[in-house]
Ligand binder design. Structure first.
Ligand code: ACM
Ligand code: ZN
Length: 760
């Protein structure tokens, strides 16, 4: 954007438009996402009963959107009269960024400068955030609202700023889909990835194949509780539905009016059990299966015979008529190859096409669909598994299993979109508070979303041009209602909006937090069920020279931390935290945040188990994976265990495929008789407890072999031996190995997650 031209232009306006010279003042931008430049002046613009909205002829849509925003609220009358304060849309060709704008709030006029409707639309979204949140409610009485004079010069960092929503596992009403789209638009996001087909339900009306809607859209019942709760139990309730083509058109239009592209996802060849339930001939075995009633990865995938392609092309024809997007998402993830291995048609296809194996058959499948969609003028996006067995020539890769898929694809000259589980999966827990509603697992607090940089270090500047942007994913196995989707999405979407929009140099979490706190009022006004974890207390143990001190902290300003050490719940009369707490024996700390004697947020609770290795020197032959660093090696001897369900918290260290060698130096010969540790075993997230552990002391040759039980979500491992003296404890933990066929992540290396090594 050429800001220089603007500065001259606006001085002109100050002189001749307002006949007043403005001075720059200190100010703090409260916008989300944070704009590129935000300057404040020493005057203000006052909203009166009447407001005039005028625009260059070029702007046909956005001024109406703004008008509607005010009219819906009912507090401001739109009036043509010359003396009403004015908001004016000015077309300025020198703003060369398609989504860029300049917003000037002057004493008697608000100017929106843009070269496109998109730019003007984003200026309106910024203006909206400058107004009190009362303007978001319908029919409010608003008097004497004035906003400080200011200038915002802004443009997007990334071209693709997306949010995904899985409606296969649970279905949400059209009204909610629109509310979701409204929120995306408010946050200057521009893509809604609508995941429409799943093993558990087919959600798009296809007129040529009515059984997709009669059979594939419904399941007989749904799993209760978490997948890892055994034995599996079901609710016995018939569940389902689908979006009619009319409803879809309505959503696509609604999104388009808000500059949001809707990308439909029609999954293939995997995650297609519901379609196969409706049309068994699409599967290799042609046997009747049922629409899935639990979560996971299923072996029923589309057969590679010609009839499947006829079906998919027919389906896509109807999909293309509904969705004008350049991109069509064809899935491609989690397709076990067991059916193909045992199918005559698929084996014949491998032979006739000269393919090496079933992975190359997957490439054949995706490439054939790509060719079809390219012939219709569309491009495909696929999850990063589409790299296996060769990448379809024009495909865009959506990288979810970490960043490697994106790195590989960008180096091959393919476009990529970043949505790694580590930073972009909003189905993960957002707090390690045990009171959180049931979620799939993992741990992705807002801070980690915020820290995400879509450009991996491994890419050169040239290669990073292939990174289109980033996306938050919302898989809904554990989100039955729209309210729960909102809870999981907000406020992490605020962080994601800034990941996609704001320049890396401007991003700062400490600056972001008060803006989120301020944004709560707007979310409330919009009736969005956001999660609030800003008022939680966090803690960590620091050890040096044999003393251990526990530190408490919180991220927002102006509040008090009060705590107890006797297990009771903290009250406004509990001890005020002023400096770190010395820990001499095992201790339970409970703490909470208070403002004006009122408790905010949840009670924080931490058990510190002072064992013989706490605070001692520890080394590991490998660094934890950068996505799951926990608190580093010393976190394994800090007296604190990880959360059972949230393996990404700051106590769990994650290693991908590494064989580990850990040495603990107890500092001096110490009497010991047990070593206890835990491994996470969240197989759905590719995490497998290792099969064994080998322990050795000092320079002994003798090795203690320990077999590890891998039943359940946590593998607790205790090594007991005759009491002995040792200074060094040396532990070898070989990685589980490759994930077996039929499981999520089959064929990949397993992750190892370990939280604490307790020595007594
Ligand atoms: C995915 O999360 N299976 C793309
Ligand atoms: Zn087959």
């Amino acid at each position: 954007m050429q800001f220089k031209t603007f500065i001259q232009f606006s001085i002109f306006m100050f002189l001749f438009g307002s006949c007043q010279k403005l001075k720059i003042e200190e100010g703090r931008s409260l916008l989300i996402p944070l704009p590129a430049q935000h300057t404040f002046y020493n005057a203000s613009f006052t909203f009166e009963q009447d407001l005039r909205i005028t625009a260059d002829d070029f702007f046909q849509v956005t001024p109406k959107f703004l008008e509607h925003f005010f009219l819906r609220n009912g507090s401001v009358r739109i009036n043509e009269s010359d003396n009403a304060p004015e908001i004016i849309f000015i077309k300025v060709d020198s703003i060369d960024h398609e989504e860029g704008y300049v917003l000037d709030v002057l004493p008697d006029q608000i100017q929106i400068h843009a070269s496109t409707e998109k730019g003007a639309f984003y200026a309106v979204q910024s203006l909206r955030q400058l107004l009190p949140s009362l303007f978001e409610n319908d029919h409010n009485e608003i008097h004497d609202v004035s906003i400080q004079c200011q200038r915002i010069e802004d443009e997007a960092r990334f071209k693709y700023r997306g949010m995904h929503l899985d409606v296969g596992r649970h279905l949400f009403p059209v009204e909610f889909i629109k509310k979701y789209i409204d929120a995306l638009a408010m946050l200057k996001m521009n893509t809604f990835h609508w995941h429409l087909t799943e093993d558990q339900g087919w959600r798009v009306e296809i007129k040529k194949y009515p059984k997709l809607n009669e059979i594939a859209a419904f399941r007989k019942e749904t799993l209760i509780g978490h997948y890892s709760d055994q034995p599996h139990q079901f609710d016995g309730e018939h569940y389902g539905g689908f979006y009619t083509q009319e409803e879809i058109k309505e959503v696509v239009n609604y999104a388009e009016e808000r500059h949001i592209t809707v990308i439909p996802e029609i999954e293939m060849p995997g995650h297609s059990q519901a379609a196969i339930a409706a049309y068994p001939e699409l599967g290799c075995r042609e046997e009747q299966v049922e629409v899935a009633t639990k979560w996971g990865v299923f072996e029923e995938i589309y057969c590679s015979k010609d009839e499947t392609f006829d079906f998919l092309e027919d389906v896509l024809d109807e999909v293309l008529a509904l969705f004008p997007s350049e991109f069509i998402h064809i899935g491609g993830d989690e397709a076990p190859k067991t059916r193909w291995e045992n199918c005559n048609e698929c084996q014949l296809r491998i032979k006739n096409e000269g393919l090496k194996d079933e992975h190359e058959l997957q490439n054949y499948f995706i490439s054939r669909i790509e060719k079809y969609l390219n012939s219709k003028g569309r491009q495909i996006i696929g999850w990063d598994e589409i790299l296996e067995g060769g990448l379809a020539p024009n495909a865009t890769v959506m990288s979810w299993r970490g960043l490697n898929g994106a790195i590989e694809a960008a180096k091959l000259g393919h476009r990529v979109i970043m949505s790694p589980t580590s930073h972009c999966y909003f189905d993960y827990y957002q707090s390690d508070n045990e009171t959180e509603p049931l979620a799939i697992g993992g741990f992705l607090p807002m801070e980690k979303v915020y820290a995400f940089d879509p450009i991996p270090e491994e890419l050169s500047e040239e290669e990073s041009n292939y990174v289109l942007g980033a996306q938050g994913n919302v898989w809904t196995e554990y989100m039955k209602t729209s309210e729960q989707v909102e809870y999981m999405v907000f406020p992490r979407i605020l962080a994601m909006s800034e990941v996609g929009w704001t320049n890396k140099e401007k991003k700062n979490y400490d600056d972001f937090v008060p803006r989120v706190e301020h944004f709560h009022k707007r979310l409330k006004a919009l009736n969005i069920n956001y999660a609030n974890h800003l008022y939680e207390v966090e803690g960590h143990l620091e050890s040096s020279e044999g003393t251990n001190n526990y530190h408490l902290e919180t991220i927002t300003e102006g509040k008090e931390i009060r705590y107890t050490l006797d297990g009771s719940s903290p009250t406004k009369n509990s001890r005020l935290y002023t400096s770190s707490i010395p820990i001499e024996k095992s201790t339970l700390i409970k703490a909470a945040l208070f403002k004006s004697e009122k408790k905010l947020g949840h009670i924080f609770s931490e058990r510190i188990n002072v064992h013989k290795a706490v605070g001692k020197h520890i080394t590991i032959n490998k660094k934890a994976h950068k996505s799951y660093p926990g608190s580093g090696a010393k976190g394994l001897v800090n007296g604190i265990s990880g959360s059972d369900s949230r393996y990404g918290d700051k106590e769990w260290l994650g290693f991908w495929g590494d064989d580990l060698e850990i040495t603990i130096d107890l500092g001096k010969e110490t009497e010991i008789s047990t070593i206890e540790t835990r491994f996470h075993n969240g197989n759905g997230q590719w995490i497998y407890a290792p099969k064994k552990m080998e322990t050795r002391f000092d320079d002994d040759k003798d090795i203690l072999f320990t077999k590890i039980s891998t039943a359940g979500l946590i593998a607790r491992t205790i090594i007991q031996f005759d009491s002995r003296k040792a200074r060094y404890i040396r532990i070898k933990i070989p990685n589980y190995g490759v994930i077996p066929e039929g499981k999520q992540g089959a064929g990949n290396k397993a992750w190892t997650f370990i939280d604490e090594i307790i020595v007594n």
